[in-house]
Design a binder for this molecule. Structure first.
Ligand code: 4NP
Length: 165
C-alpha cells in the first residue's frame, strides 16, 4: 500500500478537529524534517473535521511552540476535510479517535478507509493512543503535543524513506 516513487509525489494529510492546534503542528514538523533532508517526493498538508476556524491561522500557542523548535507554521490557514481528500492523499493521519470516526464516516470504500491512521500508532503500533486536544489547556499541553508529534513524524518519515529505498 505504501508505495513511494521519486517521480510521483507521496501525499500525507494531517487531520484534527479545528486544524488550528495539532494538525498544523504535525504538518509543520513533517515538512521541516522533509526539507532538512532535501526530500522532494513527499508533500504534506493538514485539515480539520470541523469548519469552526475555516481560514484562520494556527492557534498562537502552536505557533509559539513550533517557533521554539525552528518550525514555522505561521502561514498556514485552517481548512475543512473534504471527501476528495481521499483521492488526493495517500495517507491520512488523524490525531484522536473522534477525528478517526469523523473521517471514516466520509469514506466511500475500503481503499479510502485504509488510508486513515491514528498518528501515534506510528510510535506505539496497535495501541490506539491519542494526541490530546490542547485547546482548552495551558502552554504545557502544547509542548507535550509538540514532542509527541515530533517523535511520531520522525518515525513515519523513516518508514516512508525506507520504503522508497
Ligand atoms: P485542534 O484543536 O483540533 O487540535 O485544532 C481544537 C481547536 C479548536 C477547538 C477544539 C479543538 N474548538 O473547540 O474551537
Amino acid at each position: 500500500m505504501l508505495e513511494v516513487t521519486t517521480t510521483q509525489k507521496f501525499k500525507v494529510l494531517m487531520v484534527c478537529l479545528g486544524n488550528i492546534c495539532r494538525s498544523p503542528l504535525a504538518e509543520g514538523i513533517l515538512k521541516t524534517k522533509i526539507s532538512l533532508l532535501g526530500i522532494n517526493y513527499i508533500e504534506v498538508a493538514s485539515a480539520g473535521t470541523d469548519d469552526y476556524h475555516l481560514g484562520s491561522s494556527p492557534d498562537g500557542r502552536s505557533v509559539a511552540i513550533a517557533n521554539e523548535f525552528n518550525v514555522d507554521i505561521s502561514n498556514q490557514k485552517s481548512r475543512h476535510f473534504k471527501v476528495t481528500d481521499f483521492d488526493e492523499f495517500d495517507l491520512i493521519y488523524v490525531m484522536d479517535k473522534s477525528n478517526y470516526s469523523d473521517v471514516l464516516a466520509l469514506a466511500r470504500n475500503k481503499n479510502d478507509k485504509q488510508k486513515v491512521k491514528l498518528i501515534l500508532n506510528e510510535l506505539y503500533p496497535k495501541q490506539d493512543k491519542e494526541v490530546p486536544d490542547p485547546y482548552y489547556g495551558g502552554d504545557k499541553g502544547f509542548e507535550n503535543v509538540y514532542k509527541m508529534l515530533d517523535k511520531a513524524c520522525e518515525s513515519l518519515l523513516t518508514k516512508l524513506i525506507l520504503i522508497n529505498e
